[in-house]
Write a protein of this length. Structure first.
Length: 150
């Protein structure tokens, strides 16, 4: 009995070569940027995975001393970081991030300042939520269903 796996793989490869996935990656970029903006509005939405990586979850950021003093919000004093989140989609993928040089230390935490005298807490904001993954899955199914068969 033959399952015709070779023909299936050939069709799949042909399909993937002919398919322009950039519109899908643009939609994924929009989903992720909107979610990250929500992370800022809500003061953090993260957890820590089994490997120590930041994952989506209910944990909020520890309030910064500046936010406490000014009755403001952590990481949104001037909103430069939150409004700098963008995406770049190509035919082969999407990248989401910031062009702000201080973005990484705000996300991961660490020592900064003269002689590394200041320690910033990690306040992960580039975090993918479970609902984002669901929305991305739906967008992916919609994208591939909309493509004519090979």
């Amino acid at each position: 009995m033959s399952l015709g796996i070779d023909a299936f793989v050939a069709d799949l490869l042909k399909f993937s070569e002919n398919n322009n996935r950039q519109p899908l990656y643009e939609e994924i970029g929009e989903i992720l940027v909107a979610s990250i903006e929500k992370n800022f509005r809500e003061g953090g939405r993260y957890g820590v995975g089994g490997g120590g990586e930041f994952v989506g979850g209910p944990t909020k950021w520890i309030e910064s001393s500046r936010a406490k003093k000014q009755s403001g919000k952590t990481l949104v004093d001037t909103a430069q970081l939150s409004t700098s989140i963008t995406y770049e989609a190509t035919a082969s993928g999407v990248e989401v991030g910031t062009n702000k040089i201080y973005g990484a230390i705000q996300h991961f935490g660490g020592e900064t300042g003269k002689n590394k005298a200041v320690t910033l807490l990690a306040r992960p904001y580039l975090v993918v939520q479970d609902e984002d993954l669901e929305e991305i899955s739906l967008a992916t199914v919609k994208h591939f269903r909309g493509i004519d068969s090979v």
